[in-house]
Each structure stands twice: as C-alpha cells, then as structure tokens.
Design a protein around this ligand. Structure first.
Ligand SMILES: Nc1ncnc2c1ncn2[C@@H]1O[C@H](COP(=O)(O)OP(=O)(O)O)[C@@H](O)[C@H]1O
Ligand SMILES: [Mg+2]
Length: 279
C-alpha cells in the first residue's frame, strides 16, 4: 500500500508545490491522477518513487516512510516511467537498456538475461537496435519495457500515452492492463480522459498542489462540478449518455444512461435494443 499523509513538497523553499496531499493506493489497484498542467501530478509521482522527499508529512510504502528506504529498496518496489522516455533511456542498445535496471540493482544474473530476452521477444524489439534511432512510440515502449522487465509490485507511469499515435497508445495500454491483471499496482498520470475511463478503477483529481476529489472512475467522470474545478472535460461518451438520459428519462434507468466507455455504451445499446425486439 502507498500512503501520502499531509505531504508538503517543493523544489525551492520559497515556492510550495504540494500543499498537504493525502491519499492511499491499495495493493493491486489501478489509480489515475488527473488535473491541469502544473497541478502537481508529476511532483506527486516523484515523491512516490523517492526522487523527491517531503518537506513535511509522510510518504509510506508498505508502511515504511520513503525517507527510511534506500534508493535500491525503493527501486525494487516501485518502477517509474518518466513523462519523457528520453530522460530514462541511457544505453546504446535495446538489450543493454533492458539489462540496465538489473545491473543497477546488482541483480544481473542468468535469470535476468533470460527475462530480458523474453521481453525483447514479447515487445517485438530488435535487441541490437540503437534506442536513440527508434521512433518516439518505440522509445516509449522501450522505456515501459525497461520497467516491466524488473517485475516491481508497483509501477508509476507519468503520461504513458503522450505523443503516441492511436495504435501505439492501444499497445502501451494493453501491456499496462495485462500487468494490472497479473496483480501489479498501477499509478498513472493521464490527461486523456478516454484512456482514464477505459482503464482506471479509481481517479484522484489534483488542482494547485492539492487533491480536490477522488473516487471510483465512474463517480468522478460523472461529477461535473469536480471536473470543472480541475478544468477537465469528461469523455464524450459520458456526455452522450448523460444527454440521452436527459432527453429520454426512460433511458436514464438503463445501462445507456450510465455508460462510461464506448464499449459499455455499445453493449448497453445492443442490450436495450435486443430486449425491445425480443418482446
Ligand atoms: N524541477 C522543477 N523545478 C522547479 N519547479 C518545478 C519543477 N518541476 C515542476 N515544477 C513546478 O511545480 C509545479 C507542479 O508541476 P508538476 O508536478 O510537473 O505538475 P503536473 O505534472 O501536474 O503538470 C509547476 O508549477 C511547475 O512549474
Ligand atoms: Mg506532469
């Protein structure tokens, strides 16, 4: 479990950035952080992985304050995908990049090498490629693979789909979804509310260095006043289902009136339509 207790943090003493942030992330959950630029999401992520320490308050990982954990202990528990993959990639081949984490943790053995080859295969990489000659989407995938390969129980992803085209985005999200299904705790910053609606179970809304609301994804995406507080626009499908339910009160009580994702909407429409025609 990850727990923030009244965390205050800043990059220089005169400018407070986080102004009393508290939340918990349960083991195995999939939590999305949303909010406008500058809300403090990336700063919060840096505190989760111990890159930044709180000025006051506590960040606990499995009950232990990050201030008491060594960098290597933190790295074994939390994998971190930076907002920009280029700040993560440092080796001159894909294979070396994937081995890097094991090397840094002093765990570079035969099992690690075998795991790296598995990941190369799974992601469809060429192990000899120079990471810096890959396109943006593949570099992002490599940065993600370099975390996945380590098998940490928690992964923190700062805007994992930014700069990706639709196909790359789907690929990245499918990998993240699979990790979550296998039991990994996923903490993801994401500006794309469609992605949030499709994948996250719980949403934490930040604004101006504070948590201004949180709850199950369903509740948050339908809470217009909360979203407005953080200048967020709900996914179109939520708007459509609310509008449909408004125009046709009889639909409000059906799954059409409460659909949050396109899949749910399609399912709901066919359910209601089929029910009507099988009578
Ligand atoms: N390395 C840094 N040094 C100084 N200020 C920073 C740094 N990184 C972020 N900030 C400031 O902290 C605030 C929150 O930024 P950030 O956590 O990156 O927000 P978000 O990820 O929600 O867009 C912003 O005002 C930003 O300018
Ligand atoms: Mg950010």
């Amino acid at each position: 479990m990850i727990e923030f207790r009244d965390v205050h943090a800043s990059y220089d003493a005169n400018t407070p950035i986080l102004k009393g942030v508290s939340f918990t992330v349960d083991d195995g959950s999939f939590v999305a952080f949303v909010g406008t630029n500058g809300a403090g999401k990336s700063t919060t992520m840096r505190l989760v992985n111990g890159l930044l320490k709180p000025e006051s308050g506590t960040v606990l990982i499995d009950g232990v304050p990050t201030t008491e954990l060594k960098t290597s202990e933190l790295a074994r528990r939390v994998g971190f995908l930076f907002q920009n993959p280029d700040s993560q990639i440092c080796c001159n081949s894909v294979r070396e990049e994937l081995l890097f984490g094991f090397r840094a943790l002093g765990q570079l053995d035969d099992a690690a090498r075998a795991r790296v080859e598995e990941i190369i295969e799974e992601f469809g990489f060429n192990g000899d490629d120079d990471p810096f000659l890959l396109n943006r989407g593949t570099r992002q995938l490599l940065a993600l693979a370099s975390i996945v390969v380590l098998g940490t129980p928690v992964i923190v992803l700062d805007e994992p789909t930014t700069g990706l085209d639709f196909r790359e985005c789907v690929k990245v999200m499918q990998i993240i979804k699979r990790l979550h299904e296998e039991g990994t705790t996923v903490i993801m910053v994401c500006h794309d509310m469609e992605v949030v609606a499709d994948f996250a179970e719980h949403v934490i809304v930040m604004n101006d260095g504070r948590v201004v609301g949180e709850g199950p994804t369903f509740d948050v995406l339908r809470n217009r006043s909360l979203l407005a507080k953080a200048s967020l626009i709900p996914p179109q499908v939520v708007d459509v289902s609310i509008a449909l339910a408004f125009m046709r009160p009889d639909l409000a009580k059906t799954p059409i009136g409460s659909a949050n994702t396109l899949d749910e909407m399609c399912e709901a429409v066919s359910e209601v339509y089929c029910a009507k025609h099988s009578r």
